[in-house]
Design a protein around this ligand. Structure first.
Ligand code: 2P0
Length: 333
């Protein structure tokens, strides 16, 4: 029996991934750029079982619902297909992301699963290959393989060429010490999944092609700002890129609207903070929650202000840059 556990953390994109040019290989339309968080690890243990006749997936110790287990099993099939090892596995996942926080538990989940499964099945992958593999589970998981800032290249072409060229890499930003204050505006399950929302946006929104074009310029400018340690420019670009992504959704038919009343209160607050001289910039994903980027030195001030409009300290989470996917001690080999 071969048992391997791995840990990975969620990431928040500052330049968003929104739309696929290949739905099977998860090849994105745009290159995206993210910050991996220190909080909310997902731990996934993969145990290869010679005696099993099927994969077994548990979530926090209980049998996982089919909606969780089926993609995990499909992912294991992909790994088995590369090794020729036909044995099934037991997968145990413990996820610490607050439900509905919009912190993309699938990113941490598939990054941890990719590392644990590749290791358990004896695939020897470098970090770029691991990122490519994680991408097949969930696009954003490609980025959670790495700690700190990471860029996930859209890659070039289709098929094998696209697959080979679309992976994430870490970005050095030694001058920056960022924090994110997450405002939990509404933690109910979203009405439209990000996968469906991306699809509908690409298919029907007239605002989508210009956002894709702008995103390439955002990327070049943000990489320069990261190199220079210019958090204000990073924040301005991140806010514009995220609001632009939501504009593409509002232009879809029918529209996809994730904004809730509490969303606007936090967005207003961010403008007020900046007017008062506090560096704070908003980003949002496929949900109503707002993540406020700031310097770690300002995070207490920003967190207090966000807590006030979000409904109290229990409605916010403060986090900083965290590590990439690693093997954990809890597996035995
Ligand atoms: C991102 N999001 O860049 C964007 C911004 C949501 C909004 O990546 O279909 O779960 O599994 O590849 O990675 C969420 O999408 O989508 C996401 P799939 P994923 O973080």
């Amino acid at each position: 029996m071969n048992s391997v556990a791995a840990i990975a953390h969620p990431n928040i994109a500052l330049i968003k991934y929104w739309g696929k040019r290949d739905e099977v290989l998860h090849l994105p339309m745009t290159t995206s750029l993210s910050l991996t968080l220190r909080e909310f690890p997902t731990t996934t243990k993969v145990t290869v079982r010679p005696d099993s006749t099927t994969d077994r997936v548990t979530f926090a110790g209980a049998p996982a619902p089919a909606a969780f287990a089926a993609p995990v099993s499909r992912f294991l099939e992909l790994v088995r297909g590369r090794t020729g090892d036909r044995r099934y596995a037991v997968v145990d996942t413990v996820n610490t992301v607050p439900t509905g926080a919009g912190l993309a538990s699938s990113a941490a989940g598939f990054a941890a699963l990719a590392l644990a499964a590749a290791t358990a099945y004896g695939l020897d992958l470098d970090r770029a290959a691991l990122s490519r593999l994680a991408r097949r589970g969930s696009g954003s998981a490609a980025r959670s393989v790495f700690g700190g800032f990471a860029v996930w290249w859209r890659g070039v072409g289709a098929g094998a060429a696209g697959d080979l060229s679309s992976f994430a890499e870490p970005i050095d930003a030694p001058l920056l010490d960022p924090a994110l204050v997450v405002a939990l505006v509404d933690t109910r399950e979203k009405a439209v999944s990000s996968r469906e929302a991306m699809r509908r946006t690409m298919a029907t929104s007239p605002f989508y092609p210009p956002w894709v074009a702008e995103s390439a310029r955002d990327l070049d400018r943000m990489r320069a700002a990261l190199r220079e340690g210019d958090l204000a420019t990073v924040g301005e670009i991140a806010e514009a890129n995220a609001l632009g992504m939501h504009a593409t959704m509002l232009g879809a038919r029918p529209a996809v609207r994730y904004f809730a009343p509490g969303t606007l209160r936090v967005l207003d607050l961010v403008l007020e903070l900046r007017a008062a001289g506090v560096g704070a910039w908003a980003t949002m994903d496929a949900g109503p929650n707002v993540k406020v980027l700031c310097d770690s030195r300002d995070s207490a001030v920003v967190a207090a202000a966000v807590a006030e409009v979000a409904g109290g300290a229990e409605r916010i989470v403060v986090t900083t840059a965290g590590p990439g996917a690693v093997l954990s001690d809890s597996g035995e080999r």
